[in-house]
Ligand binder design. Structure first.
Ligand code: KE4
Length: 429
């Protein structure tokens, strides 16, 4: 057995599926997961010493590349002063001020330890602040594994969702309506019939959990209008897009397309922790003041605002806020997608891609899917063969056709060229 196979066999004896998060098990693409030993810049090395160009970047956090010297130094220094106190620190204020300074819609934030925790808390706060129970999410969007969000579309529009996981009681999801992404008719009908009961709509404005699907401008414009009209909160899940697609996140992209656009609450994660366990949710002072200890909505966390994690996040935000950072990263990511499209064209395989900032997606299709159903109808077998063809050639893509990919500031033009060459060889084979 190879070392990765040995480690996987050993892992499966003591950890369910051998992984601490399901997508890492390669179940969608088959084969043996690579056990990563170390990472540096744009590269990761597995237990067999094989190097890969890394387009996962820990599913988004490693926007600077692995082991950025300034971030590493900040983390080492913070660790010397203490790992965790369970008491307030100045650095939590600095990180909150940094986030608020970069995201106009956010006046106050609360720091937590994972995107799931942030999404779950934002949902509870939206319900507490509005006094309503019903929520809307969209098929293909993932907002972490809080019970109320593990829901798939009901049979009809008006019916509420079904759990996507065992262990989630029906009555927990009966308030969750799951609609089709980019479907204007459905949000019109949902608000016309239940608008006064809806606490919030939670959405990934650029949906990275169905690879890469943008909310259309008409859809997002109308969604904002309907939420405002009916007193429902528009919650942007920016765990993946926040500080990844641009300095202002996806809401910054839409604010350029829809004058005055702002969500009511935002959820962050991944990049703001720079690879350490850190996430956040934020909104107006009015809404955030509903939270304990000020208000009636309870929310807490032993490691919330952890001193080492906040040092990592702050050092990361400092680097990405440098002038020109996203222009360079966006150009590099576009070049990477163009490389995949050119390789596919040479190989006579239909492939289309899209990107924003340092986030990209691609589909074995001739046009960009607009919703989950279309994404999931693309050629899975072809994707899986391509995934392994690239892995064998030292390029590590997301091991599922419904996941997005990420380019870091550490990726070079040579890495992009090597990726295109690998894609051409893989697609030809
Ligand atoms: P975490 O609890 O995994 O930190 O965040 C949950 C979450 C919330 N919202 C969005 C938009 C997300 O993308 C995520 C987590 N994303 C997945 C990748 N699709 C993380 C990878 C994994 O589950 O292992």
């Amino acid at each position: 057995m190879s070392t990765n196979e040995e480690l996987f066999a050993r892992a499966q004896r003591v950890i369910p599926g051998g992984v601490n998060s399901p997508v890492r098990a390669f179940r969608a693409v088959g084969g043996t997961p690579r056990f990563i030993q170390r990472a540096q810049g744009a590269y990761i090395w597995d237990a067999e010493g094989r190097r890969y160009i890394d387009y996962i970047g820990s599913w988004g956090p490693m926007i600077l590349g692995h082991g950025h010297p300034a971030v590493l130094e900040a983390v080492q220094k913070a660790a010397m002063d203490g790992f965790s106190f369970g008491a307030p620190t100045e650095r939590e204020i600095e990180l909150a001020e940094a986030i608020i300074g970069l995201v106009p819609s956010v006046e106050q934030v609360r720091l937590v330890s994972s995107g799931t925790e942030a999404g779950m808390s934002a949902l509870r706060l939206a319900r507490g602040a509005t006094g309503r129970s019903k929520i809307i999410k969209f098929e293909g969007c993932y907002h972490g594994h809080a019970d109320a969000l593990l829901v798939k579309a009901g049979s009809g529009l008006a019916t509420f969702g079904f759990p996507t996981s065992a262990g989630v009681p029906e009555d927990v999801v009966k308030h969750t309506l799951v609609l089709e992404y980019n479907n204007l008719a459905q949000i019109e009908e949902a608000f016309a019939t239940q608008g006064h009961e809806i606490a919030c709509v939670m959405i990934e404005a650029i949906a990275g959990n169905m690879n890469f699907v943008r909310a259309s401008v008409p859809f997002m414009t109308r969604l904002r209008e309907l939420c405002t009209k009916h007193g429902a909160m528009l919650v942007f899940d920016e765990v993946m897009t926040g500080f990844r697609v641009g300095l202002g996140g996806a809401q910054g992209v839409y604010a350029k397309l829809i004058p005055g656009f702002k969500p009511d609450m935002s959820v962050f994660g991944k990049v703001i922790g720079g690879g350490m366990p850190l996430a956040a949710f934020g909104g107006t002072r009015d809404v955030m003041s509903q939270l304990a200890p000020l208000g009636p909505v309870y929310q807490a966390g032993t490691l919330s605002g952890n001193p080492v994690a906040t040092a990592c996040g702050l050092a990361t935000l400092k680097e990405i806020a440098q002038p020109g950072f996203y222009e360079a990263l966006g150009a590099k990511t576009r070049a990477m997608v163009a490389g995949l499209e050119a390789a596919a064209k040479d190989a006579g395989v239909p492939l289309v891609g899209d990107s924003e900032g340092g986030m990209f997606g691609f589909f074995f299709a001739s046009e960009l899917p607009q919703n989950y159903g279309v994404v999931m109808a693309t050629d899975k077998e072809r994707f899986n063969r391509f995934f392994h063809g690239m892995l064998e050639r030292g390029v590590y893509l997301a091991p599922a056709l419904y996941e997005a990919g990420f380019v870091s500031a550490a990726h070079t033009a040579d890495d992009i060229a090597a990726t295109q060459a690998a894609a051409l060889a893989a697609l030809r084979s």
